[in-house]
Design a protein around this ligand. Sequence first.
Ligand SMILES: [Zn+2]
Length: 90
Amino acid sequence: MEAKARGYACPRCTVGRCTPQATIFADVYQGHLLSIPNSRAFVCDVCHFVEFEQELLDALWDELYGETAVDEVQPVARHKRESSYSEGSG
Ligand SMILES: [Zn+2]
C-alpha cells in the first residue's frame, strides 16, 4: 500500500523524507545571484537535500528565459525526478 502523504523518500540518502517547506530558492541568473524567499520546496529531514517543485522551476524558467530560451543554457536545478536510484533486484 502506498500512503500518498506529503513528502517522499529522499532520492539522495534514501533514508530521510522530503517534506514541503518554505525555503529560499537561489540560482545564478546572468551572473547575478537570484534568491526568492519563501519558495516552496521539498527538504529532506536527514541530509537536507532540497528539491524545488517543478512547477516553480517551470514558472521561474519561463519568466527568466522564456523569450530567449536557448538549448545551450539549462538551469542547474531543472531535472526530472527519476527512479534510477532504485535498488537492484536481488
Ligand atoms: Zn536525504
